[in-house]
Design a protein around this ligand. Structure first.
Ligand SMILES: NC(=O)C1=CN([C@@H]2O[C@H](COP(=O)(O)OP(=O)(O)OC[C@H]3O[C@@H](n4cnc5c(N)ncnc54)[C@H](OP(=O)(O)O)[C@@H]3O)[C@@H](O)[C@H]2O)C=CC1
Ligand SMILES: O=C(O)[C@@H]1CCC=N1
Length: 269
């Protein structure tokens, strides 16, 4: 399979992916981008040396099309693209909610489609991308999608039925951690620390905890117990978290994100 790849709708996620592919050694000459605004196209050309093209040009000349427009814009993009996409192109969707069938119904019969949900840590090569194959996607197509998204972090194959849950967990996941850091920084200010110091303390604690979660092989409960001394400080904080229903709030929050992903399936918003 040739390696010409076009990112269609190069916004935050499209650019994060593109920049990671270039960092990992992908030749910029093999990468095309499409944008809605000409000034954005020029910005991407200047920043990465990639080639801005129109959506139909991308469909005709790239071997792999990665669609990273908002779910609500996917129908319009496909209306524009479909007449120009030969059935041997690999089409990868990066959109939340939109099912594989949405693409398969609009593209030429037999077109291989792969659905991917990545996340913004792609910007620092720490993405979590979950990948599902469409009806006509072969092992080779899946491997190609993994090669592309592997440039920006970890990949995991999941059945499509789990995509909405994965979107709630890892797609949106970074936002929950940013929100926690923001809230804990506010707590530091309440406790009398300057904002910049509170921020640094919390961010380094988050990094340390994340590395332990990833590398120690210990269950999170054990890691938390190790911090929680009898009659110490941590248990007082944990009691408040339980009293305020933080665990239930997180479960409800992720359920709401999963439900919203399901609602996006129609592509109408
Ligand atoms: N942000 C996130 O954390 C994640 C997002 N996603 C998914 O990624 C997709 C993109 O999200 P995100 O990057 O945040 O959104 P952005 O709005 O940053 O990017 C989408 C881009 O597509 C452009 N666009 C829209 N229609 C067209 C078109 N017809 N032709 C060319 N370009 C077009 C938009 O142009 P303009 O700037 O002019 O509007 C915009 O730059 C979504 O489907 C989202 O569900 C997946 C995982 C995580
Ligand atoms: O909020 C959203 O809809 C996108 C999808 C996952 C993360 N951001």
């Amino acid at each position: 399979m040739s390696q010409k790849v076009a990112v269609l709708g190069t916004g935050k996620i499209g650019e994060a992916l593109l920049s990671g592919m270039i960092r990992s050694g992908w030749p910029a000459a093999d990468l095309m981008v499409t944008t809605r605004r000409p000034e954005r196209a020029e910005e991407l050309r200047a920043r990465y040396g990639v080639t801005p093209v129109t959506n139909p040009e991308a469909a005709k000349t790239a071997d792999t099309l990665i669609l990273t427009v908002k779910p609500q814009d996917m129908g319009t993009l496909l209306d524009e693209l479909a007449p120009h996409v030969p059935a041997d192109r690999l089409v990868i969707s990066g959109a939340a909610g939109i099912p594989l069938s949405f693409f398969e119904e609009r593209l030429a019969p037999g077109t291989p489609v792969v659905r991917v949900m990545t996340n913004t840590p792609a910007l620092v090569d720490q993405a979590m991308s979950v990948i599902s194959a469409g009806t006509h996607a072969t092992a080779e197509h899946l491997a190609h999608a993994e090669e592309i998204f592997g440039a920006v972090g970890k990949t995991l194959r999941v059945p499509e039925a789990q995509q909405d849950a994965c979107t709630a967990l890892s797609g949106s996941g970074p936002a929950y951690f940013f929100y926690l850091v923001e809230a804990m920084t506010d707590a530091g200010i309440l406790l009398g620390l300057p904002r910049d110091k509170a921020h640094d303390l919390i961010v380094q604690s988050a990094v340390g905890a994340a590395v332990m979660l990833r590398d120690s092989g210990e269950h999170p409960v054990k890691l938390r117990e190790n911090v929680t001394s009898p009659a110490g400080t941590t248990i007082n904080a944990i009691r408040e978290l339980e009293k305020h229903g933080v665990r239930a709030a997180l479960i409800a929050a992720l359920e709401a994100a999963r439900d919203r992903s399901r609602e996006l399936a129609s592509g109408t918003g």
